[in-house]
Design a protein around this ligand. Structure first.
Ligand SMILES: [Ca+2]
Ligand SMILES: [Ca+2]
Ligand SMILES: [Ca+2]
Ligand SMILES: [Ca+2]
Length: 320
């Protein structure tokens, strides 16, 4: 009994702690993407050694780049432009309830990070290959065997999930499931089979709609963990318990992440990223969302029913 309490205390002592969320800004304005559905990631897109902020949006299925004009310790964003691919705006099929969900990963092993995104219907994963000068037009990654209903509103995260040297995908969908899409191609030519459920605590993961996975070692114990943004604006944490015989991580049942002592809640459609936003060596959490402005009772009838959709990005700084 005593030994158990000591273990529990030690585990508790190591648990990551987050500051309350702070909205990311350009000058005095909060970052707010077109028709909401902000999906943030951090990546040095102009190669100046500083992490830039990249944010996917619903509007025209595009993706924005906010160049970091400050430092890695104190990022400053002044403006944005849309990322181009093949000479046009990079875009993916968008619709209720997902836009562009960016991630940078070298998918073909040529040393250049490519841009990928999930999409709405039929839920393909798009690959914008980095050709050294820019991104090629997006192509659909080949995959087979998963019905459209289980692919709708695909939010994808590239990671070598089964540890075999080939980059796989974890994918969320409209139903709130997380599925594993194993790379059955070669390290230079990815190819995918059927999406299979990811289990946690002995059950397939299913959150409140529109799941968005990120796989990282969140608690720093050397085992890969899973974080999932949910349709109802939360972030779930599934602790990694080591790998199964087939290389796939085993996960504990999920618990909602807290920040400043309260459960994270960004209202709708949390799209997440883990990266060191303030250059202190600790991974922070970025959360984008979809939000509708509160109704103004003094507004005219027409104004009151005008769509007023927002997508903000919050950073939750890691305290330890
Ligand atoms: Ca590449
Ligand atoms: Ca793999
Ligand atoms: Ca871990
Ligand atoms: Ca940090």
């Amino acid at each position: 009994m005593i030994a158990l309490s000591v273990i529990a205390l030690l585990a508790f002592g190591k648990a990551p702690e987050l500051s309350p969320g702070a909205m990311l800004r350009v000058g005095n304005e909060t970052i707010d993407v077109e028709v909401g559905h902000a999906a943030p990631t951090l990546f040095d897109i102009n190669g100046d050694g500083k992490l830039d902020l990249i944010v996917g949006q619903f509007g025209d299925g595009r993706v924005r780049q906010y160049l970091n004009e400050g430092t890695n310790e104190k990022p400053v964003y002044k403006d944005f432009s849309y990322i181009l691919a093949g000479g046009k705006y990079a875009t993916v099929p968008y619709g209720c309830c997902i836009g562009f969900t960016p991630q940078f990963v070298d998918l073909d092993g040529d040393g250049r990070p490519d841009l990928i995104s999930g999409s709405y219907i039929p839920g393909d994963i798009y690959w914008f290959r980095n050709n050294g000068k820019g991104f090629d037009a997006g192509i659909v990654l080949p995959e087979k065997g998963t019905p459209e209903i289980e692919r709708t509103s695909t939010a994808a995260y590239a990671v070598d999930w089964d540890h075999d040297g080939r980059i796989d995908f974890l994918v969320g969908n409209k139903l709130g499931e997380i599925r594993f899409l194993r790379n059955i191609g070669t390290p230079k030519k990815p190819k995918f089979g059927k999406r299979v459920p990811v289990m946690a605590g002995g059950k397939p993961i299913r959150v409140n709609m529109l799941s968005h996975p990120v796989a990282v070692d969140w608690d720093g114990d050397g085992q890969i963990d899973l974080l999932v943004g949910t349709g109802d604006g939360k972030v779930m944490f599934y602790r990694g318990l080591g790998r199964s015989a087939n290389g796939v991580p085993r996960l504990a049942a999920g618990t909602p992440l807290k920040a400043g002592g309260k459960e994270i809640n960004v209202r709708n459609r949390a799209k997440i990223w883990v990266g060191d936003w303030n250059g202190d060596g600790l991974p922070d959490l970025l959360v984008g969302n979809y939000d509708v402005a509160a109704e103004n009772p003094n507004a005219s009838f027409a104004e009151r029913f005008k769509p007023s959709e927002h997508g903000n990005v919050r950073v939750y700084l890691r305290k330890r």
